[in-house]
Design a protein around this ligand. Structure first.
Ligand code: PLP
Length: 440
């Protein structure tokens, strides 16, 4: 009997070791990590340079409390992160995960408003669906009822606008009018709430697990930026999943050349080697908050040297191995192969994403985009069938916040053509198995 518990009683084999894009359980069975865990192991498993950097740091020190010491590792990672960030965003605050990173962005935004004498600004608008984290503050801006419902009475009621689900609304994603249509909902919401009360808008530039790699329509991101500027609302990009290179650019928002006021990143930033995340903010925002007496926030493990040494080595490997370019090339290959699966399986309703942040969803009818019957339990069944065949994919029981099933296919950024072939072969076989048992 295990003394450990997570969300549910799901029993999985014991992990023995992992290398590159593969993982082995203790029975010797091999799995292709087709989702990089939870879109985390971006540079693959057991990268020797990262392990060496961690060992070297461990020989020196594994912890130095930030109020007692500065460390070379945290200074170096902060400098590197700032160098990779858009111009003006040069201040870096370390945390140990995505939810902590999101909490930090909200608190920094609030303290900045106080510093400007705008104490009435406290509302953070977000999208439905969205995922920004599991802690109560991050959950309040998360638009994903299955995660937030039990805690509703305890959560601050933060306003939400619909995410741009053009594919479900029958709108053309390449048409700027579509982007403006959804972005203008933000302006309406700001006006409804009272602009003087709105602090920030938080958005995943390329959606993660809640939307299934939702890509914004043309014109959306820049219009959002304009609207935020018009009303003095801070723009926060949640790049916890999309940051770090997976989309084919270091920041997901680079695809639309939009610069936010504050960004957060985690997941691939520590690459699965250590729990690590960061908030990167405009220098003047941070300076204003520090001038007012300091940022009233922080976590014990923030900036610990072991995590930062690992994070720095991850970024170095991303650069040295040209992984962002590879994510772009292999992402295009994987996406077209997933699209080809749509010919074989009429119950694949949509394939979308950027680079190696890709998703597909299952429907009972592609024209109406009606979901599969709930009792088929597709989101869990297909994952299990793929798992049996040695392929790991990631799923959620939702389609753009509605009933349905979507799946993320996001292998490490080091995947090559053979790996893509293997993913498609395993997935094709699992879909075949699923079609057989579901009678599709
Ligand atoms: N923000 C986004 C976009 C995410 O995808 C996630 C996790 O999936 C989080 C925040 C929360 O991160 P964590 O699970 O590390 O707390």
């Amino acid at each position: 009997m295990s003394h450990l518990f997570y969300q549910s009683r799901l029993a999985r084999p014991e992990l023995d070791r992992a290398e590159g894009i593969y993982m082995w359980d203790t029975s010797g069975k091999r799995y292709l990590d087709g989702s990089s865990g939870a879109m985390v192991s971006n540079i693959g498993h057991s990268n020797p340079a990262v392990l060496a950097a961690m060992r070297a740091q461990m020989e020196k020190s594994t912890f130095g409390y930030r109020l007692h010491f500065q460390t070379e590792a945290s200074e170096a990672l902060a400098a590197k992160t700032a160098e990779l960030s858009p111009p003006g965003l040069s201040k870096v605050f370390f945390v140990s995960g995505g939810s902590e990173a999101v909490e930090s962005t909200i608190k920094l935004a609030r303290q900045y408003a106080l510093a400007k004498g705008e104490a009435q600004r406290f509302k953070v608008i977000s999208r439905m669906p969205s995922y920004h984290g599991a802690t109560l503050g991050a959950l309040a801006v998360t638009g994903y009822a299955p995660m937030s419902a039990p805690f509703d009475p305890m959560l601050m009621r933060m306003p939400k606008i619909p995410a741009p689900r053009a594919y479900l609304d029958g709108l053309d994603i390449d048409d700027v009018a579509t982007g403006h249509h959804y972005a203008d909902m933000l302006e309406q919401k700001i006006r409804d709430e009272g602009p003087e009360t709105v602090l920030a808008f938080i958005v995943e530039p390329v959606g993660g697990a809640s939307t299934g790699a939702l890509v914004p329509p043309a014109g959306y991101m820049s219009r959002i930026r304009e609207i935020c500027d018009r009303y003095g609302v801070l723009l926060i990009h949640d790049e916890v999943m999309s940051g770090g290179g997976r989309t084919g650019k270091f920041w997901g928002a680079e695809h639309w050349q939009v610069v936010p006021d504050i960004i957060c990143i985690s997941k691939g930033f520590g690459g699965g080697y250590v729990p690590l995340g960061a908030m990167i903010a405009r220098e003047d925002i941070v300076e204003a908050v520090l001038d007012m007496g300091g940022f009233v926030h922080g976590h014990t493990y923030a900036g610990n040297p072991l995590a930062c040494a690992a994070g720095l080595a991850v970024l170095d490997e991303v650069e040295r191995q040209g992984m962002i370019g590879n994510a772009d090339r292999m992402g295009a290959r994987l996406k077209s192969r997933l699209e080809a699966l749509m010919q074989r399986f009429p119950f694949i309703g949509d394939v979308r994403g950027k680079g190696l942040l890709l998703a597909f969803e299952l429907v009972s009818d592609r024209d109406s985009m009606a979901p599969l019957p709930k009792d088929l339990n597709a989101h869990a069944r297909l994952v299990d069938l793929a798992y049996d065949r040695g392929l790991i994919i990631y799923s959620r029981r939702t389609r753009g916040g509605l009933e349905g099933d979507h799946f993320l296919v996001c292998p490490p950024m080091i995947v090559g053509e053979d790996g893509i072939d293997e993913i498609i072969e395993g997935l094709g076989a699992a879909l075949e198995d699923f079609a057989g048992e579901a009678g599709l």
